[in-house]
Design a protein around this ligand. Structure first.
Ligand code: FMN
Length: 302
C-alpha cells in the first residue's frame, strides 16, 4: 500500500493534489465536483472586500505552451461569497480561502470573515501579476509582507499560507519575510507576468495588455522558486505552476514541496486530473520502491 497522504501545518490531506485559485472555484458546486474528482482540498477564487467586475475581454488566450490571462480579480466580494463557503463546509470539503487586499487592514477583515464562514486555512494572494494596487504590488515589499502576515496571524487561528510570485527580485527575501510574520506555509508560484501580440491587429491580445502565463511552460520557473525557498525557510511549501502529470508533482515534491496545486492542468486533462496524477505518482513510487510520499519531500537537496 502506497501512502500519499501529506500534512501542511495542521491541514491533513488525503493526497498532495489541491485545486489552485481561479480555476473552477467560483461556487460551491464546482469546488465539490473537483473534490469528488480526487483533489484533497480546494482553494477558492481570490476574494476581496468589495465586488469587482474584472477587466474587459479579451481576458484569456491559449498560447503554444500555456495560458495567458488577465482576469483582473473578478469576484463577488466577501459578503456575497459567504453562502458558497458555508455550502461547501456542509459537504466537508477541505477549503483554503484565498483573499487579496491592498493593506493589512483589508487582509485582516477578509481573514476574520473567511474563518467565521468556515474555511480550513487562508491563502494570502500577494502575487497576482496584473491587478493594480494588489497582488504583486503588495507582495514585492518585504516589510508589508511581514506586517500583513503577522497581523492576519494575530487575528485568526487557522493556518495561513502566503502565495508568492516568481516576478520578484529576490523571492528568498520575501519568503523569509512571510516566515518572520509567522506564516504556516508558502505557496509558489502565481502565474508569470507575460504578453502576446496579435500580428494582424498589431496590438496586445489581452485588453489589459499584460497578463499572467500559466501551464507547462512555467514549471521550471516554479521549480526553481520552490527549490530556493525550501533551502532558506523551515515552513512547508505548496508548489504550483505547470503541474500536469504525476511526474511533475513528484518533481515539486523532490524540490521541497509538501503538496502541489493544479490550475491550467484542469483545462488540458479535464477534472479527473487529480485522480490521474495520484495514480501516476503511486505508479512511479511503486516502481522505485517508495512506500510513503514523505520520504520524497526535499530529496533533491541531499
Ligand atoms: C484563469 C486563471 C485565473 C486565476 N486566478 C487566480 C486568482 O484569483 N488568485 C490566485 O492566487 N491565482 C490565480 N491564478 C493563478 C493560479 O492559481 C496558479 O498560481 C497559476 O495558474 C499557475 O498554476 P498552473 O500552471 O497549474 O495554472 C489564476 C490562473 C488562471 C489560469
Amino acid at each position: 500500500m502506497i501512502d500519499i497522504t501529506t500534512k501542511i501545518a495542521s491541514l491533513k490531506l488525503r493526497n498532495p493534489t489541491i485545486l489552485a485559485s481561479g480555476i473552477m472555484d467560483e461556487d460551491a458546486g464546482s469546488m465539490k465536483r473537483i473534490f469528488d474528482c480526487g483533489a484533497s482540498a480546494v482553494v477558492t477564487k481570490s476574494i476581496g472586500l468589495k465586488s469587482r467586475e474584472g477587466y474587459p475581454n479579451p481576458t484569456f488566450a491559449e498560447l503554444e505552451h500555456g495560458i495567458l490571462n488577465a482576469m483582473g480579480l473578478p469576484n463577488p466580494g466577501i459578503n456575497e461569497f459567504e453562502g458558497e463557503i458555508r455550502k461547501l463546509k456542509d459537504s466537508n470539503v477541505p477549503m483554503i480561502g484565498s483573499i487579496f487586499g491592498s493593506n493589512s487592514h483589508e487582509f485582516v477583515e477578509l481573514s476574520k470573515k473567511m474563518q467565521n464562514y468556515g474555511v480550513d486555512a487562508l491563502e494570502l494572494n500577494m502575487s497576482c501579476p496584473h491587478a493594480k494596487g494588489y497582488g504583486l504590488e503588495t507582495g514585492s515589499d518585504s516589510k508589508l509582507v511581514r506586517e500583513i502576515t503577522s497581523k492576519v496571524k494575530e487575528s485568526t487561528s487557522i493556518p495561513v499560507f502566503v502565495k508568492l510570485s516568481s516576478n520578484l527580485t529576490d523571492i528568498i527575501e520575501i519568503a523569509k519575510s512571510a516566515e518572520d510574520g509567522n506564516a504556516d506555509g508558502i505557496v509558489a508560484i502565481n502565474s508569470v507576468k507575460a504578453m502576446k501580440i496579435d500580428l494582424e491587429l498589431k496590438m496586445p491580445v489581452l485588453a489589459n495588455k499584460t497578463g499572467g502565463y500559466s501551464g507547462v511552460a512555467i514549471k521550471p520557473i516554479g521549480m526553481r522558486c520552490v527549490y530556493e525557498i525550501a533551502k532558506n525557510v523551515d515552513i512547508p511549501i505548496i508548489g504550483v505552476g505547470g503541474v500536469t502529470t504525476g511526474e511533475d508533482a513528484l518533481e515539486y515534491i523532490m524540490a521541497g514541496a509538501s503538496a502541489v496545486q493544479i490550475g491550467s492542468g484542469v483545462y488540458y486533462r479535464g477534472v479527473d486530473i487529480f485522480k490521474k496524477i495520484c495514480r501516476e505518482m503511486e505508479c512511479w513510487m511503486e516502481n522505485h520502491n517508495y512506500k510513503r510520499l514523505s520520504e520524497l519531500i526535499g530529496v533533491a537537496h541531499k
